[in-house]
Design a protein around this ligand. Structure first.
Ligand SMILES: C[S@@+](CC[C@H](N)C(=O)[O-])C[C@H]1O[C@@H](n2cnc3c(N)ncnc32)[C@H](O)[C@@H]1O
Length: 283
């Protein structure tokens, strides 16, 4: 079948299927995106038309075709220490506050979730920062292992890359200075592998943000950055409620630089820490 040769309404069916699979709503006017991202997958699938392609994806018992569609339709842009301001707040205020909870015995472990973490740069940045702060004596009486970091994403291919912790020349330099690279990576030709103790400090799990977060337990800090921009208002509202429920009272939510909660004042209080905005779960 020539890629995306459609009859009327077929693009809408494809759009609905993608929205159901990963909550990404792309209207029919974004036909070019379906073409660019799914064209070759459709061509290779052996489907005779779009409804046949959707049927194949829905009935494939291995879910491989569905996973390929999700991988292709989601945007995985990420880099190390993305956006300077929240990282300065973490370094100077928030991580020392969380470390104090460990020292005082309020917590045996601090739990941090990086939802929609893509290829792992965000949770690994956090693990490296915590490690460095401990080495520099900035979190006295606390060990890096007392911070549990979980990274989740809907995309299986992306999570596999994150778990492997290997990055190419382009990925490694984006946001990461020489000192970090030398301290936490080994280079083998053009591939940079993250140090094993840092890799082991992050657990990666598959999770679709349309599903409950309860199985993961509650967290003290939750990153959910640069993904809500792809969701519709109603879904976003339900998502923020789920994120609130996944936080301990007093726990904080961090969104992307261009995202905000707007409503949900019942659940969260807006808090400026340093120069970054966090949302604190109300008691
Ligand atoms: C642009 S990246 C953001 C990565 C990282 N949080 C950052 O800010 O650098 C968006 C990620 O969200 C993931 N994603 C999209 N829809 C999702 C969903 N419904 N559930 C979980 N993850 C999703 C994508 O697979 C992608 O890896």
């Amino acid at each position: 079948m020539p890629a995306l040769e459609q009859k009327p309404g077929e693009l809408a069916q494809l759009s609905r299927f993608v929205a159901e699979a990963c909550c990404i709503h792309l209207g029919e006017e974004k036909g070019y995106l379906f073409e660019a991202r799914l064209g070759s997958i459709i061509a290779q699938s052996g489907a005779v038309d779009i409804p046949d392609f959707i049927r194949l994806a829905k009935t494939d018992p291995t879910n491989r075709l569905r996973d390929r569609i999700i991988d292709a339709m989601t945007t995985h842009e990420t880099y190390w220490f993305r956006d300077e301001r929240p990282w300065a707040s973490l370094r100077n205020q928030l991580l020392p506050t969380l470390a104090a909870m460990l020292r005082q015995g309020t917590r045996a472990r601090v739990r941090i979730l990086c939802a929609a973490c893509s290829t792992g740069q965000e949770p690994y940045s956090l693990a490296m920062l915590i490690d460095t702060l401990c080495l520099e004596g900035k979190l006295p009486g606390v060990r890096p292992e007392q911070f549990e970091i979980v990274g989740t994403d809907v995309s299986a291919g992306t999570l596999m890359l994150a778990t492997n912790g290997r990055y190419n020349q382009i990925e490694i330099v984006r946001g990461l200075g020489e000192v970090w690279r030398q301290r936490y990576f080994t280079a083998n030709g053009p591939i940079w592998t993250i140090a094993e103790p840092i890799r082991k400090r992050v657990t990666f799990k598959r999770h679709n943000l349309q599903d409950d977060l309860k199985p993961f337990g509650q967290f003290d800090l939750l990153f959910c950055r640069n993904v809500a921009i792809y969701f519709e208002a109603e879904f976003k509202s339900r998502l923020f409620q789920r994120l609130g429920a996944a936080l301990h009272p007093g726990g904080r939510l961090l969104l992307g630089g261009s995202e905000s909660l707007l409503s949900h004042q019942d659940l969260f209080a807006t808090e400026v820490i340093g120069e970054a905005v966090f949302y604190q779960r109300k008691p």
